[in-house]
Write a protein that binds this ligand. Structure first.
Ligand SMILES: Cc1cc2nc3c(=O)[nH]c(=O)nc-3n(C[C@H](O)[C@H](O)[C@H](O)COP(=O)(O)OP(=O)(O)OC[C@H]3O[C@@H](n4cnc5c(N)ncnc54)[C@H](O)[C@@H]3O)c2cc1C
Length: 490
């Protein structure tokens, strides 16, 4: 088999590159390890970031590439690849039109997180996502592109210091596809437990991954074998925190989910408070705070609160309800509860080993393995903050200092660090060429989406939809660079 270009991975980045290249007349083969295409870009993401899009202009949104650039440069402390960031931002508006023309429409919606409501609108939600991805793939095929499902890229081959082929594994056979360029787009390495463990700075049992399981770092490994710079691999897309049952990761209880999304008292593994809990209104920062706290924390409640919420509602915003409301054009209720079944819901969490109940604080401290002394001190001090209605420790808004913890039984619910994927991989430049440590490109090798480093610093920025935007835009930019490369060298 032979092609001009082989694309490794048929997710957001791979499809963007594949469609662009096939339309430009290149002979393209797209490899997909699974039996379906789309990756996390399809099964997970709901939309993508763009700036200065036609939809934003029509809606009167005043937000410029320059502003977005400055926001990202500041957020990443100038530790991102600013040339790459600029290129992605400049491409982002045209990508919205590009997707629409090929059948994946989007609509500009309200930002989906509570603290971003004052930020100009940037989130373009997919409309009819699955059919849209199908249309993109049809477009790829109608321009001569070939999709090989259940086929994984396993090894890159070079001749005279330039890509000359790729070894692939399909069902039970291995074979080589000769090609002049590859676009690596296989979604990072969140599906590889060994790699995740070596790059995590928390105990892996406290990481809950929602990311693409088939993304096992194959592409990064293949490029590393050719000398690619992978020194910034350890970046995780931390996103909120999740209450998980170790018995069954699919377990979900709506009341417990809501309680997780609210700024009650949280304590870390030392039994101490560690953050203004209203950080739950920004998913990236909430994810980062959880990760930094050691990968988990406990939400602490008492019976007085449980009795109250079983009959009353709170004038607070459920951070995930805000998201769902933005995406479905509903009004946010800014109301939580009442939870008439809360006793049974807590009991279920306890049965699922996601929660604990004890008559005394000391007993609860023992159950969750935190220091009794620290825990008692934390509760006592938190109660005094509630009484004085001012959080002089972490500056949580007074509104959320509503419940002291006085009446047993007491409850703890464990929330864990949650990741949507890895977002550090191979160093690249604004053309998405895979780079060696000396910044020289590996000729014919391009790296995109979650496989590429450079867009982020240590974490996921708070601009909504930026990681999917990076995937689509890096795929399109890589395709443009590949066309130039093929014209020049092949
Ligand atoms: C639940 C969830 C929700 C999300 N929501 C959003 C959102 O709303 N907005 C946003 O911006 N981002 C969101 N993200 C992140 C976003 O989905 C990713 O950043 C984006 O999909 C990355 O694109 P990618 O092309 O690099 O990887 P993917 O889209 O995951 O595609 C990678 C593909 O490569 C395939 N593959 C793996 N190994 C091989 C191999 N060796 N050979 C061939 N194929 C291989 C995989 O099977 C997969 O199909 C979300 C992620 C998740 C998990």
């Amino acid at each position: 088999m032979e092609a001009d270009v082989v694309i490794v991975g048929a997710g957001a980045a791979g499809i963007a590159a594949g469609v662009s290249l096939a339309e430009a007349g290149a002979k393209v083969i797209m490899l997909e390890k699974g039996d379906k295409f789309g990756g996390a870009g399809m099964f997970g993401a709901q939309g993508l970031f763009a700036v200065e899009s036609a939809q934003q202009k029509a809606a009167g949104v005043e937000y410029t590439i320059k502003q977005a650039y400055q926001e990202l440069a500041n957020y990443t402390h100038y530790r991102s690849n600013l040339g790459l960031v600029k290129a992605i931002l400049e491409e982002s508006a045209s990508t919205i039109d590009w997707l629409e023309k090929r059948g994946l429409k989007t609509e500009l919606v309200n930002n989906t997180q509570e603290v971003h409501q004052g930020h100009p609108k940037v989130y373009h939600q997919y409309i009819d996502k699955f059919a849209g991805f199908d249309r993109l793939m049809q477009n790829f095929k109608s321009h001569g592109g070939r999709l090989l499902l259940k086929t994984a890229g396993t090894k890159l081959i070079q001749k005279d210091d330039q890509i000359s082929g790729i070894q692939v594994h399909q069902e039970k056979q291995d074979f080589i596809i000769e090609c002049s360029a590859v676009v690596v787009a296989d979604g990072g390495f969140i599906g590889n437990q060994g790699l995740v463990k070596s790059y995590l700075t928390i105990d892996p049992t406290n990481l809950y991954s929602m990311g693409e399981r088939k993304a096992t770092g194959d592409g990064i490994k293949m490029l590393a074998e050719l000398g690619a710079d992978t020194r910034h691999m350890g970046v995780f897309e931390n996103h909120a925190a999740s209450v998980i049952s170790p018995q069954n990761h699919k377990w979900h209880n709506e009341t417990i989910f809501s309680l997780t999304n609210l700024p009650f008292l949280w304590v870390d593994g030392a039994g101490k408070r560690f953050v203004d809990e209203s950080v739950c209104y920004d998913f990236a920062l909430w994810g980062n705070a959880t990760y930094t706290a050691g990968g988990y924390y406990y939400i602490i409640l008492d019976q007085q609160f449980v009795d109250y919420i079983s009959e009353h509602s709170l004038n607070w915003t459920d951070s995930f309800e805000r998201t769902f409301a933005s995406l479905s054009h509903k009004q946010v209720t800014h109301k939580v509860g009442p939870f008439s079944q809360i006793d049974a819901d807590l009991e279920e969490a306890i049965q699922k080993e996601a929660g604990w109940r004890a008559e005394t604080l000391d007993e609860l401290a023992d159950q969750i393995h935190v220091s009794r002394q620290n825990f008692a001190k934390t509760i006592q001090h938190y109660n005094s903050l509630v009484n004085q209605k001012e959080d002089t420790d972490f500056y949580k808004p007074n509104k959320y200092l509503q419940f002291s913890l006085a009446k047993g039984p007491f409850y703890a619910i464990k929330a864990r660090s949650t990741s949507l994927g890895t977002i550090g991989g191979v160093e690249t430049n604004a053309k998405l060429e895979a780079l060696k440590q000396n910044k020289q490109p590996i000729k014919g090798a391009y790296v995109t989406g979650n496989d590429a480093s450079g867009m982020y610093d240590t974490s996921y920025p708070t601009l909504e939809g930026i990681s999917c935007a990076f995937a689509w835009n890096s795929g399109r930019l890589a395709a443009k660079a590949v066309i130039q490369f093929l014209d020049k060298f092949c």
